[in-house]
Write a protein that binds this ligand. Structure first.
Ligand code: SF4
Ligand code: ZN
Length: 259
């Protein structure tokens, strides 16, 4: 995943997974002069939660001697996630949060000259995403999971085969501070229900998460790949690459303007 000359933007939330990932990069590649790593943290504007994890993110990055950049929804889009949630739109907070965070990270990584964005998605996250797409019958998205679109900064997920519990264990063993505060909106998401279900399965039938992942890997050879090769459009508002004439982030901005 890491290649000669890479300049890697690590999406750092300050939680155990992204902190562990940054730590691992530093540990493995500290004597590679051709590589560069920096951390991007996003403040979505979730009161009582994000400020705590961001403080930790900055501490972790500085402790490792890695450049730390912090950006916020408020500066970039003009509103916080809390403000979006207060409008009581139909969609769950995570839907807005995910779209805007991805947009912000991609945009800033590009501006800062990154060749790749590394995220700390672990096995649990990946398996949840696979199952969510199965449950929603979203085969197009299922096929795109490991796809790469030329216009976006390529993403790497070095922890994608490591169970969440093992990442946590590693973080504890190497002395990364574990934050116990959780996002107040997490329980409202579809993902939360899927996560609980998967953990229950894993407890009763150990190995379930790996089975879902392996099954998906085999199946993915047969999934339609057309979307990846399809030429992306330009968003009419922001000019970024988009699957439709107005990108999802700009749709959210319009929704907020209309309230
Ligand atoms: Fe955003 Fe949802 Fe994660 Fe909270 S749980 S930070 S709302 S994606
Ligand atoms: Zn746009």
């Amino acid at each position: 995943m890491v290649e000669r000359g890479d300049k890697i933007a690590v999406a750092l939330s300050g939680g155990k997974d992204s902190s562990a990932l940054l730590y691992i990069f530093k540990k493995i590649f500290h004597n590679r002069n051709d590589l560069e790593f920096f951390a991007i943290a996003v403040d979505e504007g979730i009161s009582g939660f994000r400020s705590i994890t961001l403080r930790n993110a900055e501490k972790v990055a500085k402790g490792l001697g890695i450049n730390f950049y912090r950006f916020s929804f408020e500066q970039e889009f003009g509103f916080t996630l809390d403000e979006i949630v207060s409008k009581k739109f139909e969609q769950a907070p995570c839907t807005f949060c995910g779209v805007l965070r991805r947009k912000l990270i991609d945009r800033k990584a590009k501006e800062l000259g990154a060749t790749k964005v590394a995220t700390a998605h672990n096995l649990d996250d990946e398996v949840q995403t696979i199952l969510i797409n199965y449950l929603r019958g979203d085969i197009a998205r299922l096929g795109r999971l490991y796809g790469r679109r030329a216009e976006f900064v390529p993403r790497i997920k070095p922890l994608q085969a490591v169970p969440e519990k093992e990442v946590a264990l590693y973080a504890i063993l190497v002395g990364i501070p574990i934050i116990t505060a959780g996002c107040p909106y997490a329980t409202r998401s579809f993902r939360f229900t899927v996560k609980k279900m998967l953990n229950e399965f894993e407890r009763k039938y150990p190995g379930t998460k790996y089975s879902v992942m392996r099954g998906y890997e085999r199946l993915s050879e047969f999934l339609p790949r057309a979307q990846q090769d399809k030429k992306l459009l330009r968003c009419e508002r922001c000019g970024d690459a988009s699957a439709s004439s107005i990108c999802k982030a700009c749709e959210i901005i319009e929704m907020m303007k209309g309230t």
